[in-house]
Design a protein around this ligand. Sequence first.
Ligand code: FE2
Length: 398
Amino acid sequence: MTTASTNATQTSPATDPLHLIDVDHVRFYVGNAKQAAYFYAHTFGFNISQIADLTTGSRDESDYLLTQGNIRLMFTTPLTKDHPAAEEVKLYGDGVKDVAFTVHDAVKAYEQAIKNGAESAREPREITDERGTVVVASIKTYGRCILSFVSRSGDYALPKVKAGGEFMPVFKKMHSPVNDHNTANPCGLKYVDHLVGNVELGKMNHWVEWYAEVMGFTMFKHFDDADISTEFSALMSKVMSSGNNLIKMPINEPAPGKKKSQIQEYLEWHNMAPGVQHLAFRTDDALESVAELRRRGVDFLALPDTYYDAVWDRVNTMLTKHGHKAVKEDHTRIKDLGILVDADDEGYLLQLFTKPLQDRPTLFFEIITRRGSQSFGKGNFKALFEALEIEQERRGNL
Ligand code: FE2
């Protein structure tokens, strides 16, 4: 039986300073934002929408805002050796630094989080000009990552940003020919479905409690939760969900096994610091999205050939048992595109994982379509782990 949280204090947006309105943006620290922007634009169909750099008055960093659907990715690179991102790129390579949420009042959200036990990463700061104001405040979460609270007003209010308005002062709109290509050939990614963190061995429960106490998140209980750690040895995972179900943030820790855990491999190539393992983007049509992403050269994880021998029986049996219709998408096309399928008591999902997005085997993306199912594809873990082990072997990391 799938249930959302049970022990959450129900709060209304008006009274809860930690009520999350949206995922404002996800910030990456990268070695070269200009080049990273083109990679993510060309391969994943994000528009290069806005920049802040030397030409717009940003003297210490360059920022590229990439957008698609309701997804905003910010690629930041340091322009000076003393910028904090310079040290982080050295330690971790390219990856996610900051998960930023839009809130009504960033100062109040920050103060509440601190009161709840969070450690400050950056005190509230106001970025303002004659057109509007953006307030940002940040707290530390696992490893090298921070969570930011962002409140917006005037021309920088979120609905205006979504409609193409400037992100905040110092940003200017940009037009790249790749944006025209993306409009003509959409990848269909709509929003961040979930965002997964890898933490150290033995620290999963600590961070589960942290998300409950500091952020008011609740454990997303699902009928298969207990199976993950017992059936396969490579990882343990618990899913935390924001009170209003805006976002789910699963937390993984390595688990002892005969071979090196994928989580352990991540940590070893991430200077042993926890961080974001993958971002999952929701699309209404995984087949169309994956077909377009493959045309663009996205490197997806390859499944064992045997995967499709058993999948339809497994998935459709589960769907029938719970009174749902069978998978409606063309089975042959799903196989040709190498998409994974899983089902639970609520329906099914289609998902596929990329290989690491940078040279270090750290961050990757997931593409996901949900047809009722709210889980994470547990039925695919075995096939995935086998595929991952083949890749780890190729990297000499097993
Ligand atoms: Fe995922």
